[in-house]
Design a protein around this ligand. Structure first.
Ligand SMILES: C[S@@+](CC[C@H](N)C(=O)[O-])C[C@H]1O[C@@H](n2cnc3c(N)ncnc32)[C@H](O)[C@@H]1O
Length: 207
């Protein structure tokens, strides 16, 4: 069974705030949303709590999807929800399917991130937005950001976890989207002034 780690419980306050940020930034209300690499389903569930969106929870791992379904089922929301086991490189959705796509903390684990980004672009509806990357969002207090960044560094030292599988986030994104997929409608976002933590790419598909 996929048990959210101790670190997930430290992170738990960030998910509603991050989703509120997405709702505010992109005026999300209804339509189809994908949460790719959903893990235990925090983002998708929080999105369901404050919008009428139909949410597709997508992950490679069956255990993660089981945990996501459990979280959603106990959240007392009324939204339509689907749990889809899939690789981001081959999403089982038609072209132009989703109004909004979010993916947090997953891109660094994708074997071929450029293929995942291309498939996300394919299933995004014209006029839609995808936001992919990792970080804590803009709405958390500085004190919490400092504590979580330090705890994550410590966790990676203890577990020996090596990330990312690519050295330079912006170079990888530019190469994947601009050079390989010919997509120029994207914006790189960082959560700090030095561009060191909280790296996201926001992809727009022109209507
Ligand atoms: C660190 S977890 C992040 C979970 C969640 N998004 C969050 O922020 O709490 C990364 C998740 O990405 C999933 N994942 C990794 N590679 C994937 C791929 N190629 N396609 C779909 N999901 C993938 C993993 O199974 C895992 O559940």
């Amino acid at each position: 069974m996929h048990k959210p780690s101790l670190f997930y419980s430290m992170l738990s306050p960030i998910y509603p705030l991050l989703v509120q940020q997405f709702v505010d930034d992109y005026s999300l209300e209804r339509g189809i949303a994908l949460d790719i690499g959903t893990g235990p389903g925090f983002l998708g569930t929080e999105l369901a709590k404050i919008t009428d969106m139909t949410v597709y929870f997508v992950d490679l791992s069956e255990d993660a999807l089981r945990a996501a379904k459990e979280r959603f089922d106990t959240s007392e929301t009324d939204n339509e929800a689907h749990f889809v086991q899939a690789d981001v490189r081959a999403l089982p959705f038609e072209n132009d399917f989703a109004d909004f796509i979010m993916s947090r903390g997953s891109l660094w684990f994708w074997e071929e991130p450029e293929k995942g980004l291309a498939d996300i672009y394919r299933v995004l509806k014209p006029g839609g937005i995808a936001v992919i990357g990792g970080g804590l969002g803009r709405y958390i207090p500085q004190s919490m950001r400092k504590r979580l960044v330090a705890a994550n560094k410590e966790r990676m030292k203890t577990t020996g976890e090596k990330r990312p599988c690519f050295e330079d986030f912006s170079r990888m994104i530019r190469s994947a989207l601009l050079d390989k997929a010919g997509v120029d409608s994207f914006r790189l976002i960082s959560e700090d002034d030095e561009g060191k933590s909280g790296k996201w790419v926001e992809i727009h598909k022109r209507a």
